[in-house]
Structures are given as C-alpha cells and as structure tokens.
Design a protein. Structure first.
Length: 318
C-alpha cells in the first residue's frame, strides 16, 4: 500500500503532466493566432513610410488610403481567396471601366494596372492591386460627383461643392454585399435631368464618330421655314445622325425632297435653343456653323458640359 506522501506526490505528477499536455496542445494554436497578418503588416509599412505612396507606377492618395486602411486595421479590402478578382473587387473594377459612360476616362482610375494584377498571387502584388482599386474608386467618386477639375482650376465663376468623404465611401463599398454595389455607385453622379440628357448624347455621338461623322451642310443663303433649298436633304441627314429626328421612309424615298418641313423646323429650333441662338428655325450663318461642327468636336463639348454640370448641379437627394 502506498504511503500518503507517495500518493500525494503521484497525484501532483499526474496533474502537472496533464496541464503540460494541454499547454502543448494550446500553445501552437494561440501562437499562430497571435501572428500578425503578413499582408496587413506589409500594407501598414507601405502606408506608414515617409515617401509618397505608389503602386504599379501609379501615384496614389496616401492620406485617404491611410485613413481607410487604418480604420480596418490594415486588412485588405478587395482581396479574395484564390486567384482573380472576387465579386466585390470585380464590381468596383466594372464601374471604373464604365467611367466613359459619364464622360470620364477609365484609364485615370488605374483600370489597366488593376487588370494586369487581376490574377496576382504574390503578397506585394495583391497589396498593389488592393491599393489601386481603393485609389481608383476614391478618384472616380470624387470626379463623377463633383468634377475632375475644380472651377478655380479653370477660372470659372462657380463655388466648388463639398466633396465626398473617401474613407466613408470606401468603407461602405468594402462592406456592402457585392450585389448592392451598383446601387451605391449610381448615387454618385448628379441625378438631374440636364445631366442625364447630356450623358445620353455620349453613346450616339461615339457611334456616329465610329461611322465617319456627319456630312456638313453646303454653303448657301439663309433658309427660312417652309422654303425649298437644295441643302435640306443634307440637313435632314444631319439631324437624323444626332438623333434629333427619326428617319422617315417616305422622305428617304424622295431623296430630292427640298422642303424645309415643320418637323425639321422644330428640330432646328430645339438645336438653336440649346446653343443660345434665337430659336426661330431660320438657318442663317450662326446656325449653319453650329450644325457643321464635326461630331468629334461635339463630343468634346458634351464632355465639357458634363464636367461643368458636376460642379454646379446639386447632388442626389439622400
């Protein structure tokens, strides 16, 4: 029979062994959990460095990105398991690629560099991709909501509108369900009829340019409503090309039709009104010159007017 002293000693040995065994099981997992996220640590170092921030040769908005990533403890915002862009990153990349629908240049928002890093696997490349997506989204949102330039930069006499908060926008985009991203991005441009009307001109103008532009009206005397003039067939085609009237099969069959008919007069009056010309339907020197502006120049005018609209039109309600 064991003495009490030996018995107690054996119990202590068993207890110590059990505790040690549990410790050996727990320590590796606790140690692993305590390790800093490698990409997060690298990202924090990039954003904390003294030198300006860049990725894939693109200069980035360091202050905005620092505020955003610090708020999420430097976890990547757009990274996904495996390779390629996840649904959230792909949603942001898609809206950046569609910037031309707002009269903006997609290449200003790192779209080429993001596409090149879409399948990145190395930590440094994945960090670059994340930074490029965040920076591209910030600049796109600022440009499409308040203008790429400021009125002061062009000496325009407009008061600049308050801008969006980059960190708040990025946080919202990084936490929303990917299916909800289009609705978020749709709130960024001005939701005003004038802006939408200008935006609707972009695609037809680009299509017209791709088809070779439109024919200029030949020189000639002033054309009055209901008069006959040899320039009328060219006028009709010019107005059709810009979508101001629809093709009329009966008129098209009579290619020599020279009557300045009421439908043409109404379209010309609307054209004149948009350009600050007296809307009387009479085609004089100023109206003829405006009609003869090439499609490429007209597209540039629409892009400029979209930019001005973003300066002065109020943001969407809500």
């Amino acid at each position: 029979m064991l003495s009490p002293i030996i018995y107690r000693s054996a119990l202590w040995t068993i207890a110590a062994t059990s505790i040690l065994g549990i410790g050996l099981v727990l320590v590796p997992s606790v140690w692993a959990a305590a390790q800093p996220d490698v990409r997060g640590a690298l990202l924090m170092a990039r954003l904390s460095a003294v030198q300006p921030l860049s990725a894939a040769g693109q200069m980035l908005d360091k202050d905005s990105l620092q505020a955003f990533y610090a708020g999420r403890h430097y976890a990547l915002a757009w990274d996904a398991d495996g390779t390629g862009l996840g649904p959230r990153a792909a949603g942001v990349a898609a809206v950046l690629l569609s910037a031309d629908a707002e009269g903006l240049d997609p290449s200003d928002y790192h779209t080429t560099e993001i596409a090149a890093l879409a399948g990145a696997t190395a930590d440094a490349d994945r960090i670059d991709r994340d930074l490029l997506i965040s920076d591209g989204l910030v600049h796109y949102a600022q440009d499409v909501s308040g203008g790429k330039l400021t009125p002061f930069a062009t000496d325009e006499r407009f008061t600049a509108k308050p801008g969006i908060d980059p960190a708040n926008l990025l946080t919202a985009a990084a936490t929303l369900d990917p299916a909800s991203l289009p609705a978020l991005f749709a709130t960024l441009p001005p939701a005003i009829l004038e802006y939408r009307a200008l935006k609707a001109m972009l695609a037809p103008l680009r299509a017209q340019i791709a088809a070779g532009g439109w024919q200029a009206l030949p020189a000639g005397a002033t054309i009055h409503p209901r008069a006959h003039d040899p320039a009328i067939p060219a006028l009709r085609q010019r107005l059709i090309a810009e979508g101001r009237i629809t093709p009329d099969s009966e008129v098209d069959k009579r290619s020599e039709e020279t009557l300045y008919a009421p439908d043409l007069v109404a379209a010309v009056e609307a054209f004149q009104d948009e350009r600050g010309i007296k809307p009387d339907g009479t085609i004089g020197k100023d109206t003829r010159a405006a009609l003869n502006v090439p499609a490429e120049d007209r597209l540039r005018q629409v892009v400029v007017n979209l930019e001005r609209a973003r300066w002065i039109l109020p943001p969407p309600a809500g």
